[in-house]
Design a protein around this ligand. Structure first.
Ligand code: SF4
Length: 521
């Protein structure tokens, strides 16, 4: 087992291999928020998939360019970000009251509110609601919340087939894969791979279909149209829920969501409790922030809003399942709660240099990228030192690009550091020796005494020799090899600060430590 310094040393498992499954496929896990290997091992595996890296590099660069253009056009962008951030802070501060207000208003307009403490309860509620209709098939609008609770798999176990209708979700579902991006779940697939999946797994695919985007879209349209027209029950997520009116909002680009939200008789929405906003008018802010940050569009193509039941128009049997599943625990953490401000735009993924190279599956959660690294460990909590989710807060270079891009100003780097400290504190509390702890103790011993520090500085000559003409050390010997597993060590300078000081300020130098300009050669 190899251990990165600073990252918990964790179990190593091999990914399942099936020749019938496309490379880069993540098998459907038992736990949608905790699957596979710890991040360092999963990332190393992912980096071997050059096709996935090319697909991701191309897709994220395109979205970044579009976003930069439309954000640059908005003269009040920073004001919008400030307002969105403050609205979310206010929401979290008053969440219990706002949820109750939403329940009152949604119920008054003919909807039914259900409360779920965890994924199991949410799945049971949805299943019971579908069973009560006598249906065995449902259509679905893209929903991170239902991914998070593993709803499709739970329904399948209870003889209910759930059909994803968002094109990217459909690709993921047909490929028996897991999403690798919040907004574009099949971002790791290119057109040739999508054609392959459709030909293998989708009914009514035309013979001789090529990988031209229009042909792929028309094949999916043909397939989905039949599902829309037959479905009596639909399941959706929600982007926002206005407490003062009881209005739900779904934002999407294809119009497939609109079909699900309007045609079936029964509509069941599954939503995390943090999606509440205080007022309907707050949508004015979020509907400017979200499309620009997610798809790089000024305005969203399809925005559906509904408030309970409208007699004779649309679904007449309307439910919402409000899911906690770790959110109130996150809320109780004064620092960590900021992750609940997230509006799932995915801008932080698209700018993250780590995500762009390793892809979403390496995070082992339906929430990948920077937001996943701070949200997932908080939603699941830690099962102890060998929990793969403990490695997620370390899956970052802390460059800060995610913070700059976030439309609601979540300071992701600070949250990552906060969660790293939590992992280290857990180990400390358990008196568990770690490479990081040993390195810090050694550094503390050396730095506590100026003579010891001066002596240690003399050892840097050996490092310079090891670095040679390259100017860096790629592999340190044991036990320091953990440091160079994930980074190169630059060669130390010939002259240390102390040596420079002694040389240039001989009158002020400390006789106890001065070395008369020796540069350790
Ligand atoms: S953390 Fe910010 S940038 Fe990332 S998905 Fe959430 S709202 Fe978007």
């Amino acid at each position: 087992m190899s251990t990165f310094l600073g990252i918990p040393g964790l179990r190593k498992t091999q990914p399942a291999h099936d020749p019938n499954i496309l490379p880069g496929t993540a098998p459907i896990p038992d736990e949608p928020l905790r699957w596979g290997q710890d991040f360092p091992h999963a990332a190393r595996e992912a980096l071997k998939n050059e096709q996935m890296r090319r697909n991701l590099g191309h897709a994220t660069a395109t979205i970044r360019a579009k976003r930069a253009q439309v954000v640059g056009e908005a003269p009040d962008w920073e004001d919008l970000r400030d307002t969105g951030s403050q609205l979310k802070i206010n929401t979290l501060a008053a969440l219990p009251a706002l949820l109750e207000q939403f329940e009152t208003n949604f119920t008054a307009r003919g909807g039914t509110v259900h409360w779920a403490r965890d994924a199991q309860e949410a799945n049971e509620i949805v299943t019971a609601l579908i069973k009560a209709t006598g249906e065995t098939e449902v259509v679905k609008v893209k929903s991170m919340a239902t991914q998070e609770i593993g709803l499709n798999e739970y329904l399948a176990e209870h003889d209910i087939a759930a059909y994803e209708t968002d094109l990217a979700e459909l690709i993921v579902q047909l490929g028996e894969d897991m999403p690798s991006h919040i907004l574009v779940p099949a971002i790791h697939r290119n057109r040739a791979e999508i054609k392959d999946i459709f030909l293998r797994r989708m009914e009514h695919t035309p013979e001789g279909m090529t990988d031209a985007p229009r042909e792929l879209a028309m094949a999916a349209r043909e397939h989905l149209r039949k599902k829309f027209l037959a479905a009596k029950v639909a399941i959706s997520g929600a982007n926002f829920a206005a407490a003062d009116t009881g209005t739900l909002t779904v934002v999407e680009s294809e119009g497939n969501g609109r079909m699900c939200l309007t045609l079936p008789e029964t509509l069941i929405t599954v939503m995390g409790i943090e999606k509440i906003i205080p007022s309907f008018t707050d949508l004015e802010v979020f509907m400017q922030l979200l499309p620009r940050s997610s798809t790089g569009e000024r305005m969203n193509p399809y925005t559906s809003l509904w408030t309970g039941v409208t007699p004779g128009d649309g679904p007449q049997n309307v439910h919402i399942v409000l899911v906690d599943a770790g959110r109130t625990k996150a809320l109780a953490d004064d620092v960590g709660r900021a992750a609940l401000k997230c509006i799932r735009c995915s801008a932080c993924l698209n700018v993250c240099p780590v995500y762009e190279r390793v892809g979403g599956h390496a995070y082992g959660s339906v929430y990948p990228g920077p937001i996943g690294a701070i949200l997932t460990p908080q939603l699941t909590g830690s099962t102890g030192h060998s929990d793969p989710n403990n490695s997620l807060p370390f899956a970052s270079s802390l460059c800060g690009a995610c913070f700059d891009a976030c439309p609601v100003k979540i300071d992701i780097p600070s949250l990552l550091v906060h969660l790293r400290a939590r992992v280290v504190d857990e180990d400390k509390a358990a008196h568990r020796p770690t490479g990081w702890g040993a390195a810090m103790s050694a550094a503390s011993y050396v730095m506590a005494d100026s003579k010891r520090f001066a002596l240690a500085e003399k050892g840097t000559g050996a490092l310079r020799a090891l670095a040679g003409k390259k100017g860096y050390v790629a592999k340190l010997p044991f036990p320091a090899n953990g440091w160079t597993q994930s980074r190169d060590l630059p060669a130390p300078p010939k002259e240390t600060f102390r040596q420079w000081w002694d040389r240039t300020h001989p009158q002020d130098s400390d006789p106890a430590t001065q070395n008369n300009g020796d540069n350790n050669e």
